[in-house]
Design a protein around this ligand. Structure first.
Ligand SMILES: Nc1nc2c(ncn2[C@@H]2O[C@H](COP(=O)(O)OP(=O)(O)OP(=O)(O)O)[C@@H](O)[C@H]2O)c(=O)[nH]1
Ligand SMILES: [Zn+2]
Length: 225
């Protein structure tokens, strides 16, 4: 039973280890701090990209789960790359933080995610494919993210996401989610079924009509709220 104090609700002793200023070419050449941590509960090297918010505004925060294929190589199979770009641009403009969480493949890792892609190419959806591999549909836990936010002094946030589970978990970990702001919807010729499965199966708020029969095109269709 928690008594409302942050230490009782959130026992991990996560603290800031170092802050390193960088200029972000992908966010209008704005300056941000890369922040590392000690005492993370899962011992992964999670990173925060932080831009100070104005004193009277609630900082914008994105919990971005690592996606090497989308974030680095620009794979069109998912929407992660453009979501990361949008988040960096928004926090550079408004202040806040992108937590870059080492949760590749919704927590199952890169090689398993690529195995899941093979199953998806044989007709399974993204969640079924995880189950067939003997893994959870979504193994992500946001305890480390909550620790990072507490350590950064960001205990009240506007959360940039379409995934209701992120707000739910953070709230349970003592972070006040004052508002949930949807990301844009980045539909490519290849990610229609992936986005559709997220909306149908995991309740993501994706305000576009998506279905496996969505006509495929080579151009990305972008709908930004
Ligand atoms: N297992 C698995 N993971 C995937 C697949 N495609 C992308 N991912 C991973 O999914 C994570 C991103 O999760 P998403 O479900 O796209 O989005 P989200 O983070 O839950 O929600 P948003 O905050 O709205 O972006 C990243 O870690 C990706 O590596 C896939 O087909 N299978
Ligand atoms: Zn991705």
């Amino acid at each position: 039973m928690n008594d409302g104090s942050d230490t009782r609700r959130f026992p991990h002793r996560t603290a800031v280890r170092a802050r390193v200023p960088v200029t972000l070419h992908r966010a209008g050449h704005r300056t941000a701090d890369l922040v590392t941590f000690t005492g993370l509960p899962d011992r992964e090297e999670h990173l925060a990209v932080v831009v100070p918010a104005h004193r009277h505004t609630v900082p914008l925060v994105r919990l971005h789960s690592e996606c090497l294929t989308g974030d680095v190589f620009g794979s069109a199979r998912c929407d992660c790359g453009p979501q990361l770009e949008e988040a960096l641009t928004s926090i550079a403009r408004e202040g806040g933080a992108v937590l870059y969480l080492r949760q590749e493949g919704r927590g199952i890792g890169l090689y398993n995610k690529l195995d899941a892609y093979v199953l998806q190419d044989r007709g399974r959806d993204t969640f079924e494919a995880n189950r067939l591999l003997g893994r959870g549909e979504d193994e992500r836990d946001y305890t480390a993210a909550a620790g990072m936010l507490h350590a950064l002094g960001l205990s009240r946030v506007r959360l940039l996401t379409n995934n209701p589970d992120k707000a739910r978990q953070l709230t349970g970990l003592g972070i006040e989610v004052a508002e949930t702001a949807p990301t844009g919807v980045y539909l490519t010729g290849e990610n229609g079924r992936y986005l559709d499965a997220k909306a149908r199966h995991a309740g993501h708020t994706l305000p576009v009509s998506l279905s496996p029969s969505t006509p495929r095109s080579d151009d990305m269709e972008v709908s930004v709220p």
